[in-house]
Design a binder for this molecule. Structure first.
Ligand SMILES: Nc1ncnc2c1ncn2[C@@H]1O[C@H](COP(=O)(O)OP(=O)(O)OP(=O)(O)O)[C@@H](O)[C@H]1O
Ligand SMILES: [Mg+2]
Length: 387
């Protein structure tokens, strides 16, 4: 087992595409780090440089505190699981898992013992004699994991290993992989463009955009304290609603002017945001998570000065809750590259609230929306950085 350190790692492909730009990260021994970001942001390139499959333009990769830039892939003590996990079709599951040990001339008895142990961890004991063609997608994925685990590497590198699976199996496998990693405790770097995988699997999440690291933190902190508008809009589904707005008044009695709406901002909001008071009077970007908006009819005691007047244009009922769409007449804060996200594209100015199951609102109705004003997010209007 080993820690992994990236120091100012940079990759410029021929033609001057800087795919990874000055990436620095420290991944602790035994940690599960998820590298996430939109398509083309440089995730696979970063992983390939760690794996030794792509030459490094500048910077260093350290495994167990040793610079490995000049080491061949096979000398880095890593195991990889990729999206296409080509198994040997003519070999049994046992032989597929055992292959690297057989090549290394490990004694037969030890191979049998280690394959048995890996098969138990991966719940493949009943399938060891089968050929890959006679397995389900999830079982094949587990065989690919088994091939990686059996080598007892210092580091696992995984690049979208679940993207070939159907939605249900993906959900099942993502919890299995996370549990297996916690059992074997091998340092893991896991690449995905799926923010749900990132949030549910990682000890920490590193979010990239255009080759540049945006934030690295625990899933909770990434969600609750996004460093900028890009992180805020990438993590969470539906996305955080972002608008240009203005704060008026003073800390003790502050009002957020959001288009034609005025919302009272509790003084507590300023307590843990030292820079916010200085922004009173200036344009800012405000972020509202869908779950911080509620049908006011369900919250009769919600303060009158923390409500928006809204006209519902769409209610997507999911049974457990409702995604209610309503326009707000404030300018949307556009996040660059937003169109490359796998998000539902909403009409400009439309806000989405996640209302409780008991809400009865319908398209065409004028309603009041209760806003959890103590849970708003604030960003600098010029830089997009969190305040
Ligand atoms: N061999 C290459 N030559 C030139 N440019 C490349 C090469 N491989 C990748 N790129 C470019 O580098 C950038 C990053 O690519 P990379 O494959 O690392 O992205 P990614 O984050 O893994 O995307 P995805 O989620 O689609 O897999 C992209 O702009 C891509 O076009
Ligand atoms: Mg990729």
């Amino acid at each position: 087992m080993a820690n992994v350190t990236l120091k100012n790692l940079t990759k410029t492909y021929p033609g001057q595409v800087t795919a990874v730009d000055n990436l620095s990260l420290e991944i602790a021994d035994g940690e599960f780090l998820v590298l996430v970001g939109p398509s083309g942001c440089g995730k696979s390139t970063a992983l390939k440089m760690i794996a030794g499959l792509e030459p490094i333009t500048a910077g260093e990769v350290l495994i167990a505190d040793e610079v490995v830039n000049e080491y061949a892939s096979r000398d880095r003590d890593i195991a990889m699981v990729f999206q296409s996990y080509a198994l040997y079709p003519h070999m049994s599951v046992f032989d597929n898992i055992a292959f690297s040990l057989q090549i290394a001339k490990v004694p037969k008895a030890e191979i049998t013992r280690r394959v048995g142990e890996v098969a138990r961890i991966l719940q493949l004991e009943d399938y060891l004699r089968r050929k890959p063609g006679n397995l389900s997608g999830g079982q094949r994925q587990r065989v690919a994991m088994g091939r990686a685990i059996i080598r007892q590497p210092s580091v696992f590198l995984m690049d979208e290993p679940l993207s070939n699976l159907d939605a249900k199996l993906r959900v099942q496998m993502r919890s299995e992989i996370a549990q297996i990693q916690r059992r074997v405790k091998v340092t893991t770097i896991y690449v995905t463009h799926d923010q749900v995988e990132a949030m549910t699997m990682g000890d920490r999440v590193a979010l990239m955009k255009d080759g540049v690291l945006q934030q690295v933190d625990t899933p909770d902190n990434i969600y609750n304290r996004p460093a900028n508008t890009f992180v805020a809009s990438f993590i969470g589904s539906p996305s955080m609603n972002l608008y240009r707005a203005r704060l008026e008044g003073e800390v003790a009695s502050c009002t957020l002017v959001l288009g034609g709406n005025r919302l009272a901002i509790p003084a507590s909001v300023f307590a843990d945001r030292a820079e916010l008071a200085a922004k009173i009077g200036a344009d800012i970007i405000v972020g509202l998570r869908p779950e911080d908006l509620e049908d006011a009819a369900l919250l009769p005691t919600h303060p009158a000065d923390q409500r928006l007047a809204a006209h519902v244009i769409l209610n997507e009922s999911l049974g457990s809750d409702h995604m209610v769409h309503f326009p707000i007449d404030a300018p949307l804060a556009k996040v660059s590259d937003q169109d490359s996200l796998d998000e539902i594209v909403v009409a400009e100015g439309v806000c989405i609230g996640r209302f409780g199951a008991r809400s009865l609102v319908k398209a065409g109705q004028s309603i009041e929306v209760a806003v959890a004003c103590d849970r708003l997010h604030f960003f600098d209007a010029a830089t997009g950085l969190a305040i």
